[in-house]
Design a protein around this ligand. Structure first.
Ligand code: ADP
Length: 499
């Protein structure tokens, strides 16, 4: 049996490769940042060739560091930035335009128009998404409409579309395979997550020919074999999932009610809801969870726009701390936030409030407030926002939370994790391996090839680093949460008054 699994983790700012052994231990890692292209304010692009070359070079580097070659690798799992859109020529393999990145707002007007049509609600029902410029559909339409000669090529059936996973599969197989997985498909806003097929009505609205679209398969599935010239040998490509769904899988959130939160620049909270696709009443997204079967499992997803970014703001904007890690020192130097709340609604508030006009608010300042309180209140705001999402998910899913598993850069902050447990009133479990995104992709690949026999075998790999248990009274918790709600109200009222 081959010893290792290779995970390709194609993120928004860097391409990474991690090689895992069967125990889920990191044996080798390589990472490369690549160019962010901002042609116009609000627009974000990547060069697809640079995505590919950076990904290829880290794969080679990770193998070289470990002194292994393609023959030592059982299979490859791919995980990627979601929604980012690439269109290329099916004959030459040449992209017709740069990749339009998920963050890019260039199609916001297109979505505003769509939102005033009856299709908007049907998109919600069919795709589980709230129409937005983030998703691939309007980005594809933009390229078809605005890049010279592209519409004609599309009409002649000469173009292929892919999210980043599809682009990497295509390049890795030497152009032989044009495929995606259900989780990535579910972020295009073109995929019916109930029927598991591309939706004709939405495709027609955006004037996207169906022959451009990849075939969609389960996340754990043998997609193809790498061209032997690419990585110096043939390796099975057997796992594919969007980054957040890969992390949910890597955290072994296999049961309904299992939740993971990734504390990065923003926070991404996903709850496994089993075989039921739940329509959220609180503005959460319904999405497909990574799995190995055609009868897919679903998840609810919510995000905190400003998570770790608020710590960056303390460091770079307010210059209150020298490093993100230092926030722990200040936050724990005081007993509490001295009645102060910070709502970092720098660009509006997401679920469950959904108000684009809300703005950042600081309330409860008294003469006794110090920098320490300010830092503490900022960290606390990350936990309060996460808690709001958890409450919304529990209401929607009507299942109790099993446990909250955490990962991402800011999950290293023990104060934040303890405060999360206190506020949510649930145990917070931080695993030893917080590279859960790459790990999830590796697990999906290993399950498809038989490297892993079952999810149970994978579960045995999940190792606890620290469990944070709630340590405040219900009364104390309710008082704190009441204060947070009042602070949020202030951020929302500010928006109203501005209108
Ligand atoms: P991303 O993948 O979004 O770039 P990461 O998972 O690398 O994010 O996490 C980086 C974010 O976490 C930054 O916003 C940073 O401010 C925050 N962060 C990192 N370490 C800490 C820490 N010890 N305490 C609080 N926040 C932290």
């Amino acid at each position: 049996m081959k010893e290792y699994i290779m995970a390709l983790d194609q993120g928004t700012t860097s391409s990474r490769c991690i090689i895992f052994d069967k125990g889920g231990n990191i044996c080798s890692m390589a990472q490369k940042e690549y160019t962010q292209i901002y042609p116009v304010a609000g627009w974000v692009e990547h060069n697809p060739m640079e995505i590919w070359s950076s990904q290829l070079s880290v794969a080679m580097e990770a193998m070289a560091k470990l002194g292994i070659n393609a023959n030592d690798i059982d299979s490859i799992g791919i995980t990627n930035q979601r929604e980012t859109t690439i269109i290329w020529d099916r004959n030459t393999g040449e992209p017709v335009y740069n990749a339009i990145v998920w963050q890019c707002r260039r199609t916001a007007d297109m979505i505003d128009i769509l939102k005033n049509t009856p299709l908007s609600d049907r998109i919600r029902q069919k795709t589980g998404l709230i129409p937005d410029a983030y998703f691939s559909a309007s980005k594809i339409a933009w390229i078809l409409e605005n890049v010279e000669g592209v519409r004609e090529k599309a009409d002649r059936g000469e173009l292929l579309f892919g999210t980043v996973d599809t682009w990497l599969i295509y390049k890795l197989t030497g152009g032989k395979v044009h495929a995606t997985d259900y989780t990535n498909a579910s972020r295009t806003m073109l995929f019916d997550i109930h029927k598991l097929c591309w939706d004709k009505e939405i495709l027609d609205y955006f004037k996207i020919p169906v022959n451009m679209l990849p075939k969609a398969y389960p996340s754990s599935y043998v997609y193809g074999i790498t061209d032997s010239n690419v990585l110096g040998g043939e390796i099975l490509i057997a796992g594919v999932a969007g980054d957040q769904q890969a992390a949910l899988f890597g955290q072994c959130c296999f049961e309904p009610g299992d939740v993971k939160n990734t504390y990065g620049t923003g926070c991404f909270l996903l709850m496994n809801t089993g075989y039921t696709a739940i329509n959220s009443k609180n503005g959460l997204l319904t999405t497909i969870a990574a799995g190995e079967k055609h009868d897919v499992e679903y998840a609810l997803e919510g995000s905190v726009f400003v998570g770790g970014a608020s710590v960056q703001w303390l460091r770079d904007g307010l210059r209150m701390i020298k490093s993100a890690g230092q926030s722990l020192e200040y936050a724990t130097a005081v007993e509490d936030s001295n009645g102060m709340y910070i709502v970092p609604a720098f660009a509006g508030m997401g679920a469950p409030y959904w108000n684009p006009y809300a703005r950042g608010t600081v309330v409860g300042i008294t003469r006794g407030c110090s920098k320490e309180h300010f830092v503490r209140a900022t960290l606390e705001s990350i936990a309060y926002q996460t808690d709001d999402l958890i409450t919304a998910m529990q209401e929607d899913a009507k299942v109790p939370l099993n446990s909250l598993k955490v990962d991402g850069g800011a999950s290293a902050n023990d104060f934040l994790m303890q405060f999360q447990a206190d506020i949510t009133g649930e145990k917070v479990n931080r695993p030893k391996c917080i590279e859960t995104t790459a790990l999830g992709a590796a697990y999906l690949a290993g399950l498809a090839t038989g490297y892993y026999k079952s999810r149970e075998e994978i579960k045995a790999n999940w190792q606890l680093d620290t469990a944070f248990c709630p340590d405040i009274s219900d009364e104390h918790r309710n008082g704190l949460k009441k204060g947070w709600k009042r602070a949020v109200k202030c951020a929302l009222i500010w928006a109203q008054e501005g209108e």
